[in-house]
Design a binder for this molecule. Structure first.
Ligand SMILES: [Zn+2]
Length: 264
């Protein structure tokens, strides 16, 4: 199934036209969707996931606490940065960080700050810094509004301007988010572009540094992730996040910028 299958549902999202700027990289991006509507849809999709009988949320224990602690550290650092750089009023977060029991090697952050880490990724993150690499990267996709950007690109390509004034429907917005992030056992439709991945790496390194984690740890994390390729079945995370030499080389190039924010 491709993202274009979502077009009928996308048409029910309130259409707006604006141009936003990605913090830190300064890249201008097209935005055809309403952030507050997307955030609301994400919150309800996230709630659906957490309350589903098929989802086992790991609510206590060392690993669950690590996910929440590192998430909070990242959130505090990011919000401080946005505040200091005049971006604060563009964002409304209601952060949540949950660890989900699953063999899946996966993690994501929905718009508005709803984060899920699947326990299958913990053997690869190995330590706090490794977890900060993954969470910083996924949160960066949300800060850079990459999923809204993907939706906007689809809408622009498929529907042009004809959908101006389409009706608002929160239920179908939540269905879009479910499909994008693979909530409810379906395969996630959301596949970020290569440029978005590079941007999320760059932002993620900076965010982890701001939160007190050494960005150099990202290199060893992605090397461990790359080594998973040799296993019997390749994790889903690797198909959306190629851990190849280009990625690792780009990360090395971005480390000096991130180190400026790193205080021991
Ligand atoms: Zn990514």
């Amino acid at each position: 199934m491709k993202l274009t299958k979502l077009i009928p549902a996308l048409l029910s999202v309130t259409f707006i036209y604006s141009c936003s700027t990605v913090p830190l990289t300064g890249r201008k991006q097209l935005s055809l969707v309403d952030d507050s509507q997307i955030n609301q849809a994400a919150a309800s999709s996230y709630q659906q996931l957490l309350s589903s009988p098929e989802t086992k949320v790991i609510a206590s224990g060392t690993d669950a606490q690590r996910v929440k602690r590192i998430g909070q550290q990242l959130a505090v650092a990011i919000e401080r940065y946005l505040q200091q750089n005049g971006y604060a009023d563009q964002y409304k977060f209601s952060w949540e960080f949950n660890l989900i029991q699953s063999k899946e090697v996966n993690a994501w952050c929905m718009p508005g700050g709803k984060v899920a880490v699947y326990s299958g990724i913990l053997p690869i993150t190995q330590n706090d810094a490794g977890l900060a690499v993954v969470m910083g990267h996924e949160i960066a996709h949300a800060i850079a509004r990459h999923s809204a950007e993907r939706m906007s690109q689809e809408m622009a390509a498929q529907a042009g301007g004809s959908i101006v004034g389409a009706a608002t429907n929160n239920k179908s917005s939540a269905n879009i988010i479910n499909a994008l992030y693979g909530v409810g056992g379906q395969l996630a439709l959301l596949k970020y572009g290569r440029d978005q991945e590079t941007e999320a790496d760059r932002l993620g390194l900076t965010f982890m540094a701001m939160a007190g984690y050494n960005p150099n740890e990202a290199v060893t994390f992605w090397q461990r992730m790359a080594a998973q390729k040799n296993g019997a079945s390749q994790p889903e995370f690797l198909s959306t996040h190629p851990a190849d030499e280009t990625r690792i080389a780009n990360i090395k190039k971005a480390i000096p910028e991130a180190m400026k924010y790193y205080k021991k």
